[in-house]
Write a protein that binds this ligand. Structure first.
Ligand SMILES: Nc1nc2c(ncn2[C@@H]2O[C@H](COP(=O)(O)OP(=O)(O)OP(=O)(O)O)[C@@H](O)[C@H]2O)c(=O)[nH]1
Ligand SMILES: Nc1nc2c(ncn2[C@@H]2O[C@H](COP(=O)(O)OP(=O)(O)OP(=O)(O)O)[C@@H](O)[C@H]2O)c(=O)[nH]1
Ligand SMILES: [Mg+2]
Ligand SMILES: [Mg+2]
Lengths: 278, 291
């Protein structure tokens, strides 16, 4: 009799594998499995064929609370600061975001705030020329806060709608580098009281549980307001952005789907959750 | 040390005289959680736990007077075995150029690692040549040139050219000058990008590099097995270089990649500066993974 049977453990194990394989994290996945068992007991769930949709429903429902729109300034320029660990895709994300805004009719400037890494300014400059964004840059080795300051001045005087500030990649475990980032933010806020209006943390979709530590430390240092999830065109699912919610809740605002300036999309919770099961 | 980390995991078992099979399985459940939270791939964890369980619930443990210690020793030994022997030598060719090719996903640290490897090789008394074979990323060539300048190591590059041609001409150039090691820095690419994977196979076929190293970011999660497996199956690599280990990632990708490809991790990147490259120590990594 179906009302006496308990849930098929192999079905649960298969689901666990999919969700853990998506980098959601073993403890959050265990909590989801527990919800399934409770729903089964209370007869909310009666068929194993309903299980995947049940989980998708929980995850999608959960993401409804995410504020995904860009927080624009009341008075231009809107200032967006982009941060994250090394090599995740910050500079490319900036090119994509700038392009996205330019196609939407906005006047965009980028600030070459990575004054440390070899050819970092050259890289952003090539992008800015390709997409038609203005750029403010200094010499290698100069103070990134000074670049940000000059870019703010230039944005104000040139009637820029959105200024996007690039920063050097840095591991969150390097305290002096995190202090440098906080200083850049302070300099921006001093010049324009509500700025930066958006602080985007770029996460690489291939990153595992370390993304949680990254999010916490960057949030502490510069009050991250959104995540740009890059490299979702690979085989990694980026499930860590869901898994981290119980520890730190930051909405994903954009996803990166490739290496050209057009490979950006606004975050879509339904599409994201469905893709976890593909 | 691993034993310390394992004792933490097995703290519930310590002091228990006799253990039941269910005590042991509970302890191994904790090991499973620790490995998954360290980003070891779930399939690799399953195989490992199954293998360890078979040994741990055997007679040797149940009848032992210190069963907790026995289980700890089994987990320790099996983890070390899985992590593999240390194999950090670069087999240089004598009397001919040694060709080394760096490959991997976007942003993993190839260009920086090329510089670090060149610096290490220079310190061994050899004369490396860096080759800028990434023609796709904006300012990639410039990035490698800057690193070469910092190291006083020559960089071979061509504007408006193609990777296979650049690599071929670089080897010609190396033969004509006195460079005995050539390091090809390639563009980052996805293992599922057929065209770009084909490009790597073409470079391999035409240039026959002696060493191909897969450069992988140590914070990679479950996906590490997908990319490593595919790069090894399609291209084949001789070793792995794990980067950004100066962070606080547990680095389970190291175990996953080793388990799935059998290839050794040769070096680890532990910082952005060009002297931040070290030989890989399997026991230290195993200890870090177990937290
Ligand atoms: N496939 C894919 N590649 C991407 C994506 N975003 C960025 N990349 C690639 O990832 C690599 C690193 O991108 P960057 O923009 O330089 O990353 P970054 O965070 O600015 O790096 P640092 O400044 O050195 O810390 C480049 O090869 C990019 O083309 C994406 O969404 N998909
Ligand atoms: N902290 C730290 N940063 C590193 C390490 N190795 C590389 N990086 C940084 O990681 C970022 C990416 O390095 P790249 O050398 O540009 O990576 P790549 O693989 O060549 O990137 P693509 O060519 O775009 O695929 C840069 O900011 C480097 O400085 C490391 O071991 N530790
Ligand atoms: Mg950058
Ligand atoms: Mg590179």
């Amino acid at each position: 009799f179906s009302f006496r049977r308990s849930i098929d453990e192999s079905v649960l194990e298969e689901l666990e594998d999919i969700l853990i394989g998506a980098d959601i994290g073993v403890k959050p996945v265990q909590r989801l499995i527990k919800k399934i068992k409770e729903a089964w007991k209370s007869k909310t769930l009666t068929e194993t064929s309903q299980i995947n949709d049940f989980i998708k429903g929980i995850l999608k429902e959960d993401l409804q609370s995410w504020q995904i729109d860009i927080h624009y300034a009341r008075k231009s320029p809107t200032v967006i600061m982009v941060v994250g660990v090394n090599g995740v895709g910050k500079t490319t994300a900036i090119a994509k975001l700038a392009n996205f805004l330019i196609k939407d009719g906005k006047k965009v400037m980028v600030a070459a705030g990575d004054t440390f890494r070899a050819a970092a300014t050259d890289q952003l400059e090539i992008w800015s020329k390709r997409i038609g964004a203005e750029i403010v840059k200094h010499q290698t080795g100069s103070d990134p806060a000074a670049v940000a300051y000059d870019a703010l001045e230039a944005s104000i005087s040139r009637g820029i709608d959105v200024l996007i500030v690039d920063t050097a990649g840095r591991l969150h475990t390097h305290e002096n580098l995190m202090n440098e980032l906080s200083k850049i933010k302070r300099v921006i806020s001093k010049k324009i009281p509500d700025a930066p209006h958006e602080v985007l943390l770029v996460l690489d979709a291939t990153t595992g549980q370390n993304a949680i530590s990254q999010a916490k430390v960057f949030k502490q240092a510069v009050d991250v307001t959104g995540i740009f999830l890059a490299k979702l065109d690979g085989t990694a699912k980026g499930g860590i952005v869901l898994g981290m919610r119980s520890e730190i809740n930051i909405p994903v605002k954009f996803i990166g789907l490739g290496e050209t300036a057009d490979d950006i999309e606004k975050f879509n919770p339904d599409a994201f959750v469905n893709a976890l099961f593909e | 040390s691993i034993t310390n980390s394992l004792e933490g995991v097995f703290s519930k078992l310590r002091g228990k005289g006799r253990l039941t099979e269910s005590n042991i399985k509970d302890g191994l459940h904790e090991v499973r959680l620790a490995l998954l939270e360290a980003d070891v791939n779930y399939k690799v964890v399953k195989d490992f736990i199954q293998h360890v369980t078979e040994r741990a619930v055997g007679e040797e443990v149940i009848k032992s007077i210190a069963p907790g210690q026995q289980v700890i020793k089994i987990v320790h030994d099996e983890l070390i075995k899985l992590m593999g022997e240390s194999d950090t030598a670069i087999p240089f060719m004598e009397g001919d150029q040694t060709l080394i090719m760096l490959v991997g996903l976007q942003g993993s640290g190839k260009t920086t690692t090329a510089g670090k490897l060149a610096k290490t090789i220079l310190s061994k008394g050899r004369k490396p040549l860096l080759v800028a074979a990434d023609v796709q990323r904006p300012a990639a060539i410039e990035q490698l040139k800057v690193l070469g300048q910092q190291l006083n190591i020559p960089v071979y590059f061509e504007e408006n050219s193609q990777p296979v041609k650049i690599c071929k001409n670089a080897v010609k150039y190396a033969r004509e000058s006195t460079n005995d090691v050539v390091i090809f820095d390639t563009a980052g690419r996805l293992h599922i990008d057929d065209d770009l994977m084909f490009e790597l196979k073409e470079i391999k076929q035409k240039l026959e590099p002696h060493q191909i190293y897969f450069v992988c970011d140590a914070m990679t999660g479950q996906d590490a097995v997908n990319s490593a497996k595919e790069f090894d199956a399609q291209l084949g690599f001789d070793g792995v270089i794990l980067t950004k280990l100066d962070g606080d990632t547990r680095g389970g990708a190291a175990l996953s990649i080793r388990a799935v490809t059998g290839k050794p991790i040769k070096f680890v990147g532990i910082g952005e500066k060009l002297d931040r490259l070290e030989e890989f120590h399997p026991d230290r990594m195993a200890s870090r993974i177990l937290g």
